[in-house]
Structure formats: C-alpha cells, structure tokens
Design a binder for this molecule. Structure first.
Ligand code: NAD
Length: 295
C-alpha cells in the first residue's frame, strides 16, 4: 500500500483514481473542480488543499490534466510540485501533451532528484473506469520499472515506448490514426445510408471484415450497434472533440518539425477544427458524423 498524490480527477482521472483506491492505496487528491474531489472523497480519498499539498509526503504522484500548460503550471517553477515534493518521489504524468513539454518537465524532475515518466493513455473513459487502459510510457528503464506496478492498477497494457517523451510520441501517432479512422467510419455510414444499406448490417459486416477498427467496434458513430458508444447518449463526451483536435494539432506540429508527410492527419485536423467551432464543449469526437452528413 502506497501514499499517492492524484491531481486531475476529470473524465479520465476520476476512474483511474478510483482504481488506485480499489487497489488499496492511500490517495490525497486535488482538482480545481470541487465536485469531482467530493465524489472521490466519498470513495475514501482525502482532499488536498493544492497540487503541491497533494504531492507532499507521498510515495508517488499521478497527474491527469487537460494540456501542456496545465502540466507545466502544476509541475514547474517555484510554485510547482517538483520544487515541493520530497526527493525520490516517483512522478507519473498521464496527460496527453507535446513531446518537448514532456521532456522539459522530466528534465526538471530529474534535476531535482526524482524519477518521472510520461505515461499517456489510450482507451477512453470506459477503459479508465474498468482499469483496462493502455499506457505508453517514456522514461529510463529504472523509472519505468518503478512506475509499472502503479500503472498496472489502472491499465491492462503497460508498454515502455523508450526514453522520456516517447510515450507522448506514441500517443500522438496513435491518436492521429484514431482521428482519421473516426472520419473514415463516419463517411462509410453516411454512404451506406445513401445506398439504402442499414447501419446495423454495415456494422455486422465491417466489424468482421477488413474495415474493422476501434472507431467502428468500440465507438461506433451511429446509434445502435455499440451500446456504450456516445452516439447512444446524444454524443455527450466520452472523448471530447476538443481533446481530439488538441491531439491532431500536436500531431501536425510534430509532423512539421520532424518533416513527416501526413496529408490525412492534416485534413482530419482541419475537419475537427471546423467541428469544434460549431459544437458544444462536451460534444464527443464521434459527433463529427453529423457535421459530415449535413455538408
Ligand atoms: P477533463 O477535462 O475531464 O479532466 C481534467 C481535469 O483536470 C478537470 O477535472 C480539471 O478541473 C482538472 N484541472 C485542470 N487544471 C488543473 C490544475 N491546475 N490543477 C488541478 N486540476 C486541474 O479531461 P479528461 O478527458 O479527463 O482528459 C485528461 C487527459 O487525458 C487529457 O490530456 C486528454 O487528452 C487525455 N485523454 C483523454 C481521453 C478521454 O477519452 N477523455 C482518452 C485518452 C487520453
């Protein structure tokens, strides 16, 4: 049983923190949203007064924050948790952020005598709640070995991607595939509608044929075939379209600086930009089918 500081208890972090409690760990939690803190405290966690407080006198810290600016503000500088945490505390950032920011934070942690991994996840809110996430971990062999037993309580697959920042590199590549695939699955269902082919039939066939992918079988963008997909819940996120756009932008920034040719990644980013401009903040990324249908 370890003492863990858990910071960021939103759609993903809330489920992940619950699984840490179920595994018997002692949790000190912090989030700017008091309601999500109250919810997890009902399950046995203790509320911290700040991110620094959550990271003080604990064995390990997990962060699950929206974007790089939140991660940097929580970890770095005189007011950040690296300055306040005890030397030797293991730091695990599970947020999705850009590779350079991840490396900057890990370098600051290393300078302060702490092990840190970037450990972004794939799998969505249902997998976060079920403890079946895939973790893509960047960091030294020693940091990975220290983080793995903790991450196993929250995930089914824990993969060491390479040095610091490699977890984020893997995540950006994976989510570029996801964004492109959600658009391709959506276009196929729209075409099927026009051709008089029932959605349930297309799903039954393509889920057993070469069009099979996660966007189809776990997150189908039309209501019906997958009971847990946001399409059956008014496209309420789930994985918010704004988060998808964030990842597609990160992928394009990385592609530009690395000189990689990713034309479909670029087109997906442009379509998600248009979609987020016209939709509510809590719109799931699979809702893009409605924008594509109405063009
Ligand atoms: P979310 O917005 O639901 O949760 C983020 C939480 O962080 C919120 O509760 C917010 O109040 C809190 N927060 C923001 N700034 C803070 C600060 N300075 N101190 C403390 N708390 C702060 O987001 P989410 O969907 O849980 O996603 C979190 C991360 O996981 C993102 O980086 C996202 O890209 C990634 N991710 C999300 C999904 C998904 O399906 N939602 C899947 C894989 C990865």
């Amino acid at each position: 049983m370890a003492k863990i500081g858990f910071i960021g208890l939103g759609n993903m972090g809330g489920g992940m923190a619950r699984n840490m409690l179920k595994a018997g760990h002692i949790l000190k939690v912090f989030d700017l949203n008091d309601q999500v803190v109250a919810d997890i405290c009902e399950k046995g966690a203790t509320a911290a007064s700040s991110a620094v407080d959550a990271a003080t006198d604990v064995d390990a810290v997990v962060t699950m924050l929206p974007a790089d600016k939140h991660v940097k503000s929580v970890y770095l500088g005189d007011e950040g948790l690296i300055a306040a945490a005890t030397t030797g505390t293991l730091l695990m950032d599970c947020s999705t952020i850009d590779v350079d920011s991840a490396r900057e934070v890990v370098a600051a942690a290393t300078d302060a005598g702490m092990s840190m991994v970037d450990a972004p996840v794939s799998g969505g809110v249902a997998a976060a709640a079920a403890g079946s996430l895939t973790f893509m971990v960047g960091g030294t062999e020693n940091a990975f070995a220290a983080a793995e037993p903790y991450l196993e309580h929250m995930g089914a697959n824990i993969i060491h991607a390479g040095k610091a920042g490699s977890g984020q590199a893997a995540k950006i590549c994976n989510n570029m595939m996801l964004g492109i695939q959600m658009i391709s699955v959506s276009e196929a269902f729209i075409l099927a509608e026009k051709l008089g082919l029932e959605a349930e039939k297309l799903f039954a066939i393509s889920s057993k044929a070469s069009g099979q992918c996660w966007s189809l079988t776990s997150y189908c963008p039309v209501p019906g075939p997958v009971a847990t997909s946001p399409a059956n819940n008014d496209y309420k996120a789930g994985f918010a379209a704004a988060m998808m756009l964030k990842d597609l932008r990160l992928a394009q920034e990385a592609a530009t600086s690395a000189g990689a040719n990713t034309p479909l990644g670029k087109m997906s980013r442009d379509l998600y930009e248009k979609f987020t401009d016209m939709s509510a903040d809590d719109m799931d990324f699979s809702g893009i089918i409605n924008m594509l249908r109405n063009r």
